[in-house]
Design a protein around this ligand. Structure first.
Ligand code: ZN
Length: 309
């Protein structure tokens, strides 16, 4: 195997080791039925590799890695002890990320906050705060689809095609970065300032409110949102509670706890026929989420009142 593939010796010995560890994890996830069968890696798609061993930060913007040597970075590097680093490519830019130990903070917050994710607004918090989210990428998305349309007749593999592909890849990265940045700001705000953060398992209401494409995008940001929130809550010593997706967060009155039979997607305001409570739909859902702190949402049968803690 090794002698057949000469490239095996071109890189650091830890790189294939790390790749095999990643493969083992991928198969584990597959057998646990949490993911599908791992796919083969292809050059040019999601290029990345991991290096272990002597990774050292030299000065403000220089880092030494095995085999490759010293790399210069645009960003100033903090003086930390590095365990391993991963080098990856996005469009035509290279990135280096590294692992190091951090002390866990415990900020001692005790309050509970419910978060309702939406399509119209990025998030509505149970404190009635609304986070609108980035709208700026909308114009880039239009530009992207135009670029893809203009390049539809280019010969695959030709110089012009390659040039266009690079431009498209750059724009993709730009859009993804804007979206990620907004999510990072939101998840930091939540994890840092609140003791317990309650979210819904899946962005079901948002998924139904829009057509398929928007749904898949909203869906993708939901997983990124949850991923960021999970590690940031751990970092800041706060608790993350994920509520079962079938919990009727939108249909239940946050004032008296009675569940409505039907609530159409167009109803942006929740009106309770029982106690006459009127509230914004998303805020109502966020407050309901903040009420299920125990992790298991209370059983709510229609017409039966729920104990609000
Ligand atoms: Zn009510």
């Amino acid at each position: 195997m090794k002698s057949e593939n000469e490239w095996y010796y071109e890189c650091s010995k830890s790189t294939p080791q790390q790749a095999l560890i990643a493969l083992r994890e991928a198969w584990k996830r597959c057998f646990n039925k949490t993911a599908g069968v791992p796919k083969f890696k292809k050059k040019g798609k999601r290029d990345s590799f991991t290096l272990e061993g002597t990774v050292k930060i030299l000065g403000n913007n220089k880092i030494q890695v095995p085999v490759i040597g010293v790399l210069k970075t645009y960003e100033r590097l903090s003086q930390v002890l590095i365990k391993s680093c991963t080098i990856s490519r996005q469009a035509d830019r290279w990135f280096i990320s590294f692992r190091f130990d951090v002390e866990q903070h415990n900020l001692g917050n005790t309050d509970v906050i419910g978060v309702d994710l939406g399509v119209k607004n990025l998030a509505t918090l149970s404190t009635s705060e609304v986070i609108a989210g980035a709208k700026s990428y909308k114009k880039y998305e239009a530009k992207l689809s135009r670029m893809q349309w203009l390049n539809r007749h280019k010969i695959i593999g030709s110089a012009n095609w390659k040039k266009a592909q690079l431009q498209i890849a750059r724009l993709h990265t730009k859009i993804a970065n804007i979206r990620k940045d907004t999510l990072h700001k939101l998840t930091t705000l939540l994890a840092k300032n609140h003791g317990t953060v309650v979210i819904e398992d899946l962005n079901v209401s948002g998924m139904m409110a829009n057509h398929k494409l928007a749904a898949s995008i909203a869906d993708m940001s939901f997983f990124e949102f949850r991923r960021q929130l999970t590690y940031k809550c751990e970092l800041y010593g706060s608790k993350l509670v994920v509520v079962n997706r079938w919990f009727p967060s939108s249909k239940t009155c946050s004032n008296c706890g009675i569940k409505k039979e039907a609530l159409t997607l167009n109803e942006r305001v929740f009106e309770c026929s029982h106690c006459g409570f009127v509230i914004d739909r998303d805020l109502n859902a966020a407050i309901n989420l903040s009420h299920c702190v125990a992790g298991v949402p209370p059983v709510v049968a229609s017409g039966v009142s729920r104990v609000v803690s």
